[in-house]
Design a protein around this ligand. Structure first.
Ligand code: KIV
Ligand code: ZN
Length: 520
């Protein structure tokens, strides 16, 4: 049997895509969840690209205990030294070096000859090998590279110490047949390939990233680079969950491979990512989309009731899709709460559990049925509150209706506990509340984006509001808020953005660009 290693690049290639930027605390939460999922290698960033990326890689390196961690470097000593600085405290650090090998990149981007690139690659890998044993080399745009030149580069970098060589389809250009041939060619024509693992990294520009990755596995690749929900540059990367489930569901085809992914953590990982980024998957997304396991047509429903296998090739439970089970209610005690959190894979120190329990009690008072997904929301909220709070919500009252002028009264407490109350009318209760907040703070604001979604099931579902606000005409600040009431969630989100704005002014603007404030 061959062990397939999953290399997740959600935090690097995924985060590179517009709209997917994450704060350090959010990256840590996601990295820990990826570890729980059973990912073998986590690419946590590109350390030289920014101080924020460096800090995130360094912090994640210090919390992971099972997964290996890597950060990307271009093939030069400065990049590698910076990456090593961020990675060196990790239990399992890996250096990952990339340089393009296709003529189109050599001529137009690098302006170097094939011989020069070969020399640079070897020098970089040798340098990295002096720092650590686990070195991966990626030949960017490998699929459009001359196959014999690619093999020559791979042979040389393996001789220099690379123990993984990666074949990226950087531009999502290949087909399963062609990629199968390319991977087979490399395995056959690199004489020292037995000293390295063969990896693939497929982009999805023509919708074939998953199919191409699977073709590579059949050809002998033993590492797959992918992302949660398939996020990534342009049309994204190969989706981790789709590859894993294909390997599981079609064991008859992939009968010689094993992997360490705990599929029951797939749905939770996907939800954590969408909750952090505020970007949902399309409802029909394979494996994790909202409709992935729902049967609408009468014929299908009839079949599934008689035997689920008529229309279900995998069970929702196998990917941890919530069955809407009521797990806890307002009478549940601390023990039941902690046990349930543990069974969901969350273990925290006592102080954090106490805080979560308080929030759970508040929620259970408002919501008769508390589902596993509600607990996920509670946990995610506490993970992302990581900046000083200038204002917090004391009180809110609002009224609206088809014959009423919407009004809202809001009380805000500042960091010294001093409260101020203002009332306002508006175009709706949310607008009225925001105008009252403006009066309290004296900071004019303009809402530039607003998105609301239900995070859990049922009429009393928890809502999540993600918005961006321009305060005093400056660059938009974003904030997230949660509540079973959409107006309250909106006010929490506004205050989160406001706190971020104030924090940036007070501290010279070093924080990330999203805020989150507790709801319930
Ligand atoms: O797409 C690509 O080629 C990459 C490399 C850094 C592996 O992301
Ligand atoms: Zn990529």
């Amino acid at each position: 049997m061959r062990q397939i290693r999953f290399f997740d690049t959600t935090l690097r290639d995924g985060e590179q895509a517009p709209g997917f930027a994450m704060k350090t605390e959010e990256k840590i939460a996601l990295a820990l969840q990826l570890e729980r999922l059973g990912v073998d290698i986590i690419e946590a960033g590109f350390p030289i690209s920014s101080p924020g990326d460096f800090e995130a890689v360094q912090k994640i390196a210090s919390v992971l205990t099972k997964s290996a961690i890597t950060g990307l470097s271009r093939a030069n000593r400065k990049d590698i030294e910076r990456a090593w600085e961020a990675l060196k405290m990790a239990v399992k650090p890996r250096l990952h070096i990339v340089i393009a090998t296709s003529d189109i990149h050599l001529v137009h981007k690098l302006r170097k000859s094939r011989e020069e690139v070969l020399e640079i690659a070897v020098d970089a890998v040798s340098f990295a090998k002096n720092l650590t044993t686990d070195v991966e080399f990626s030949a960017e745009d490998a699929i459009r590279s001359d196959p014999d030149y690619l093999c020559k580069v791979f042979k040389a970098v393996i001789d220099a110490g690379a123990i993984t060589v990666n074949i990226p389809d950087t531009v999502g250009y290949t087909t399963p047949d062609e990629f199968y041939e390319r991977v087979s060619y490399v395995i056959k024509n690199v004489p020292n390939i037995d000293k390295a693992a063969v990896s693939v990294h497929c982009h999805n520009d023509l919708g074939l990233a998953v199919a191409n990755s699977l073709a590579a596995v059949r050809a002998g690749a033993t590492q797959i680079e992918c992302t949660v929900n398939g996020i990534g540059e342009r049309a994204g990367n190969a989706a981790l969950e789709e590859i894993v489930m294909m390997l599981n569901v079609r064991k008859d085809i992939f009968n010689d491979v094993l992997h360490g992914i705990n599929t029951k953590e797939i749905y939770r990982t996907s939800r954590l990512l969408t909750s952090i980024t505020g970007i949902e998957c399309q409802p029909n997304k394979a494996v994790v989309g909202r409709n992935a396991f729902s049967h609408e047509s009468g014929i299908h429903q009839d079949g599934v009731l008689k035997n689920p296998f008529t229309y279900e090739i995998m069970t929702p439970e196998s990917v941890g899709f919530p069955g809407n089970k009521i797990v806890l209610g307002k009478h549940s005690g601390r023990h039941a709460f902690t046990t349930r959190l543990k069974s969901l894979g969350y273990e925290f120190e006592q102080e954090k559990i106490n805080k979560l329990f308080e929030e759970f009690k508040e929620l259970a008072d408002k919501k008769k049925e508390v589902f596993d997904e509600d607990l996920d929301v509670l946990v995610n909220k506490t993970f992302v509150q990581d900046f000083p709070i200038a204002y917090s919500l004391g009180y809110i009252f609002f009224s609206s209706g088809n014959t009423h002028i919407p009004t809202a009264t809001v009380t805000l407490a500042d960091s010294d506990g001093v409260e101020r109350t203002e009332a306002s009318t508006g175009d709706g209760p949310v607008d009225a509340a925001f105008r009252a907040l403006e009066k309290i703070t004296g900071i004019p604001s303009k809402l530039s984006s607003y998105k609301i979604s239900a995070l859990t099931e049922g009429k009393d579902a928890q809502g999540e509001v993600i918005l961006t606000v321009e305060f005093a005409g400056e660059e938009p600040m974003s904030g997230k808020g949660y509540s079973t009431d959409v107006v309250v969630a909106s006010v929490h989100a506004y205050i989160a953005a406001l706190n971020r704005y104030i924090n940036r002014h007070n501290h010279g603007g070093t924080q990330g660009d999203r805020g989150c404030f507790k709801g319930v």
